[in-house]
Ligand binder design. Structure first.
Ligand SMILES: Cc1ncc(COP(=O)(O)O)c(C=O)c1O
Length: 394
């Protein structure tokens, strides 16, 4: 259905799992005049940011702020807790879990991989059995993904954390696409390192990584011998004591974060998470009603992103092109080694029911353009019912 819109939109409807849409007050905050990052104004800003980050990480520990993408935060987790040759268990349920393991390997860790089939969550019992084989207790750390963005699967972090606690290894968690959108209790669940990134549920542009470490992780740092400089936690902590960062921070992103944390506090974590669950359920109901097949089972379905199998004979690239060019809607393709092609709909951060409904309508139109017999209006109707409260997110 060409010609639905002929406006040239600068701001397309962004339904990818990061970077996510940025609310207008946050965009505005970013354009404030730059301040000296070694000044009382910055000190006050920094203090507010760290307090706000502690609230969303659910921790009493210092949260370190790095100017980098999320991977920088993951790199900091590896190099500050481990030494070359250390045994590490890389639990992976998708591309990002694989990458975390690759990162540890690049720094000389001896990584053993425990991979679960794409589309499923890590089974805590299988992790327990694997760790039980380590009778000498030489596995130093377990790498885990909170929410696997490549498959739209969320792990049962409390259960997995308990298993790792029983063994005694450090638990390093990539919570880049999960934090805020899904519950995560760093202190209560005994997570040793938690890493997040600005471009996901924080609703600010890419460019900041946030990292918090437990007492045990800080202790591990004392003997960790992997090379580090920019991502050295000790330097970050030393400067944080004077409410600064060791190197020039992305000051404009700090303004954005200040504004976003205020929005997050105003909505409240519980309500934010309920909204994400509802959006997930609406999207799942919508694509299901269009006759499409979901990758993740309901019990491990991510509140941030939904992965969907492409219908037979249609290419995800072509679908995404039509969506972007005709319907001003941007969705993500598949990542990694999926046997069947997939596409992914992000619904995290500054996303509401209307955004999701319009995304589903665009999807329906694009699929029909591609010759698929998608029932008109069925996806939107099913999603609308969920959003109207017919089916509350669990
Ligand atoms: C779960 C997860 N881990 C790691 C990354 C990598 O983060 P970045 O691209 O910010 O380095 C992403 C980004 O999509 C992610 O979703």
């Amino acid at each position: 259905m060409e010609g639905t819109t002929n406006l040239s939109r600068e701001d397309k409807i962004l339904l990818i799992p990061g970077p996510t849409p940025v609310p207008t007050p946050v965009l505005r905050a970013q354009s404030r005049p730059i301040i000296n990052h070694r000044s009382p104004e910055f000190h006050a800003l920094f203090e507010e940011l760290i307090a706000g980050l502690q609230e969303v990480f659910r921790t009493q520990q210092e949260v370190l702020l790095f100017t980098s993408s999320g991977t920088g935060g993951l790199e900091s987790a590896i190099v500050n807790t481990l030494s070359p040759g250390d045994r590490v268990l890389g639990v992976s349920i998708g591309t990002f879990g694989d990458r975390f393991a690759d990162l540890a390997e690049a720094y000389g860790a001896q990584v053993e991989r425990l991979n679960f089939p794409h589309g499923t969550a890590a089974d805590p019992e299988v992790v327990r059995e694997r760790l039980a084989q380590d009778r000498q207790g030489t596995v130093r750390a377990v790498l885990l993904t909170h929410n696997e963005t490549s498959t739209g699967v969320i792990n049962d972090l409390p259960a997995l954390s308990q298993v790792v606690r029983e063994h005694g290894a450090l638990l390093l968690v990539d919570a880049i696409s999960g934090l805020i959108a899904a519950p995560l209790e760093m202190d209560a669940w005994g997570l040793d390192v938690v890493v997040a990134g600005s471009q996901k549920a924080f609703m600010i542009p890419p460019g900041l990584a946030f990292v918090a470490a437990s007492e045990r992780a800080w202790q591990a740092r004392e003997s960790a011998r992997m090379p580090r400089f920019y991502f050295d936690w000790e330097a970050a902590r030393k400067y944080a004591a004077r409410r600064e960062t060791p190197f020039t921070p992305a000051v404009s992103l700090c303004f954005a974060l200040q504004e976003a944390l205020q929005l997050i506090r105003a909505e409240g974590l519980e309500r934010i998470q309920a909204r994400h669950r509802r959006l997930r359920d609406a999207v799942r109901a919508g694509v299901g009603a269009m006759g499409l097949e979901l990758v993740a089972a309901e019990e491990c379905a991510s509140p941030s992103v939904t992965a969907v199998y492409m219908p037979e004979g249609v290419s995800s690239k072509e679908l995404r092109q039509i969506l972007s060019q005709r319907y001003q809607t941007v969705i993500a393709g598949g990542r990694g080694q999926f046997v069947r092609e997939i596409f992914r709909l992000g619904h995290l951060g500054w996303v509401d029911g209307m955004t999701v409904l319009s995304g589903l309508l665009a999807l329906e139109m694009a699929l029909r353009d591609l010759g698929l017999a998608v029932p008109a209006g069925a996806g939107v109707a099913a999603a609308r019912e969920v959003l109207a409260g017919g089916k509350e997110g669990g």
